[in-house]
Ligand binder design. Structure first.
Ligand code: ZN
Length: 142
């Protein structure tokens, strides 16, 4: 017999992100938590997907905002803009940095809230800003 999963089928939501500088590691935890709250899901998974080639997403410390700045500045040092690249567009460093941080995350949902660790936050990672960007969010209940 077929399981009836259509009743709990989730759809993708979009969180808009406005970035302010070429490299901008921006805390979006509150926006994602809002999407979880709105869904009414008590326990499950929150999938986050960034549909861009020069931006990504990561989870790290949000308590001290300097950590996000350190991550952005360190990636800029590790992957300099003016190194020798082949890519014609002139933003090869942005593509490399986006590849290093990755384009998706999965966060548990526990008791109707994001199941992040005490010090963790969710960060959108801009590497070719400033721009208007998106994060696709899908919330799936158990
Ligand atoms: Zn490019």
């Amino acid at each position: 017999m077929k399981e009836n999963r259509s009743a709990v089928a989730a759809t993708w939501q979009v969180v808009a992100v406005a970035t302010k500088s070429r490299t901008h590691i921006k805390d979006i935890t509150r926006e994602v938590a809002g999407a979880v709250r709105q869904s009414g899901v008590e326990n499950g998974l929150c999938y986050l997907y960034v549909p861009h080639t020069t931006a990504g997403i990561l989870i790290n410390e949000s308590d001290d905002p300097d950590v996000a700045r350190d991550i952005g500045e360190t990636l800029d040092r590790l992957v300099p803009r003016d190194a020798k690249y082949r890519h014609y567009e002139g933003n090869a460093d942005s593509h490399v940095k986006a590849s290093l941080v990755g384009s998706s995350e999965i966060v548990p949902i526990e008791g109707g809230k994001l199941g992040l660790g005490r010090w963790q936050g969710i960060f959108f990672c801009e590497f070719d800003g400033p721009r208007q960007r998106q994060v696709k969010v899908r919330i799936v209940g158990d």
